[in-house]
Write a protein that binds this ligand. Structure first.
Ligand code: G16
Length: 543
């Protein structure tokens, strides 16, 4: 058994996107494709000799194969301890917790998150740094630069490692530890929340359904919701992680979690419905008869966080990604705490959390979390909701409507145009940027534009600047349209349009979202011509 150095030729397309490198499985199956990227990660890192690396994934197709490569390469590159979730399973938030708890150098999560899986689906590799969060842009850009010139990789020559049996083995100079992926995470959740209060609520007849979408949260949700909190068996559905997610798209939104939505709108609805995605960092919250938008969920959780043990002394500040609605801003204002607006991508919250400027962060893309880890955390959001419900003893609907009455309502929707020809999408954005300066003062579809810009983020902690993070157009009366290209798709381009309007008048809080935003949606089309240029009759997904 020895370290082998293998010659390789670089690929030119290994630039990490919003959250790691994501490509179709056949792309990853090309000779040395995964090895090149993993070696590029190790090549740009310094000082990890003898240290710990956390490894796991969401169980999707090709997970087990890449985990073997990764373990052997980590040994060959000099890590001292490689800790692997049993069966290669580890949710993104649990990985973040493991990195922090075991003071690891970092971690590698194999996942393409909410993207579909299976032989022809997507695969991904994401590197997280010592604070438990996704690698910042300066590291991901260095990895990309390295991947374009890489000429060899190192791998330890050994038979495949048994990743299904819990225990520790010495391989070469390293220790390989196979651990239970649920235990430490579940213990952390018990520390943050009042499990007794939630248990009592469930015992008193409160009903819930959690849809794990055949993805990684299945084992976590079974253990926490059913075994520890006493939800009856069957409350957690689709709980066995499958390589192809049962043929479904593990994205917890109103399109891909339609069954849950339909149940929650029916006579048979339980009190609370929730779902998570491929790697367990996203959440969908639906009360009986009411869908809670992720932007509203962030605002409501922030406003009520003081009711649960972990945040009983109050929260320091809130951060949200720029396209997320401004609902949380008014909560921050009322609480007299800081509010930060960052580009899309959880990695931008890391500095603010480390500097203790914020406690709770959230994104319109169904991500919410706090300073307990450095990733978004699907089950954490579910448990925070359950804890708040147990304390307030009101329905989800009553809490949401009460929140709107107090703070006003931000009507909000996102329209996605998926798999648009990449050149058409790029030109559309370039043309739009060129027109930005001329938009303020003009009227489109009867709406007057007050401001238009291309969002650039100046990180208040490390002073780095991230430009071109989305076009923002503001209208008189509080309307806003944002347009940006997704950084997580794997075929063509996905154009996202985010539309929002504030409504203070409580008598107008129960209108249809699409109808109330129709004038802004039409204005967005007249300005950007997404439908016309992509030759579509409408968005592929509306959330
Ligand atoms: C990732 C990032 C999120 C981001 C989302 C959507 O989520 O971690 O921060 O909001 O992608 O990004 P985009 O709009 O560029 O597609 P996940 O759950 O896929 O890791």
């Amino acid at each position: 058994m020895s370290v082998r150095t293998i010659a390789t030729t670089p690929y030119q397309d290994q630039r990490p996107g919003t959250s790691g490198l994501r490509k179709k499985v056949p792309v990853f199956q090309q000779p040395n494709y995964a090895e090149n990227f993993i070696q590029s990660v190790f090549d740009v890192l310094e000082g990890f000799a003898g240290k710990t690396l956390i490894v796991g994934g969401d169980g999707r197709f090709y997970n087990r194969e890449v985990i073997q490569k990764l373990i052997k390469m980590a040994i060959a590159n000099g890590f001292g301890r490689i800790m692997v979730g049993q069966g290669g399973i580890l949710s993104t938030p649990a990985a973040s917790n493991m990195i922090r708890q075991y003071k690891a150098f970092g971690g590698v999560v194999l996942s393409a998150s909410h993207n579909p899986g299976g032989e022809h689906g997507d695969f991904g590799i994401k590197f997280n740094v010592a604070n438990g969060g996704p690698a910042p842009e300066k590291i991901t850009e260095a990895i990309y630069a390295r991947s374009k010139v890489i000429s060899e990789y190192r791998i330890f020559d050994t038979a495949d490692i048994d990743i299904d049996t819990i225990g520790t083995k010495k391989i070469g100079d390293a220790e390989v530890v196979i651990f239970d992926p649920v235990a430490d995470y579940a213990a952390l959740m018990e520390k943050l929340f009042d499990f007794d209060a939630i248990r009592a609520m469930i015992k008193g007849g409160f009903t819930l359904r959690f849809d794990a979408m055949h993805a990684v949260t299945g084992p976590y949700a079974k253990e926490i919701l059913e075994h520890r909190l006493g939800a009856p068996e069957g409350s957690v559905v689709n709980f066995v992680p499958l390589p192809d997610f049962g043929g479904h798209h593990p994205d917890p939104n109103l399109v891909y979690a339609r069954d849950l939505y339909d149940l929650m709108m029916s006579d048979k609805a339980p009190d609370f419905g929730a779902a998570s995605d491929g790697d367990g960092d996203r959440n969908l919250i639906i009360g009986r008869g009411i869908f809670v938008t992720p932007s509203d969920s962030l605002a409501i959780l922030a406003a009520n966080a003081h009711l649960v043990p972990a945040y009983k002394d109050g929260i320091k500040g809130i951060a949200r990604s720029m396209p997320t609605s401004a609902a949380a801003d008014r909560v921050a204002e009322k609480l007299g705490i800081g509010m930060y607006e960052t580009p899309t991508g959880w990695k931008f919250f890391g500095n603010l959390l480390d500097a203790d400027k914020v406690t709770i962060c959230g994104e319109e893309s169904s991500g919410t979390s706090s300073n307990h880890v450095r990733e978004k955390d699907g089950l954490w959001a579910v448990l925070l909701w359950l804890n708040i419900l147990a304390v307030r003893k009101e329905s989800v609907k009553a809490i949401v409507e009460g929140h709107w009455a107090k703070f006003g309502r931000n009507y909000y929707t996102r329209h996605d145009y998926e798999e648009v020809d990449a050149d058409i999408a790029q030109k559309l954005v370039t043309d739009l940027r060129a027109r930005l300066a001329s938009l303020p003062g003009s009227t489109v579809n009867g709406l007057r534009i007050t401001k238009a810009d291309d969002f650039a983020y100046h990180d208040p902690i490390d002073h780095s600047v991230s430009e071109h993070q989305g076009v923002r157009i503001y209208f008189e009366g509080g309307g806003r349209v944002v347009l940006r290209l997704s950084g997580t798709g794997t075929s063509g381009a996905t154009i996202r349009i985010y539309i929002e309007r504030f409504e203070a008048d409580q008598s107008r809080h129960n209108l249809d979202t699409q109808e109330t935003l129709a004038a802004l949606i039409e204005a967005a089309e007249q300005i950007a011509e997404v439908k016309k240029r992509s030759r579509r009759s409408g968005p592929s997904v509306i959330t």
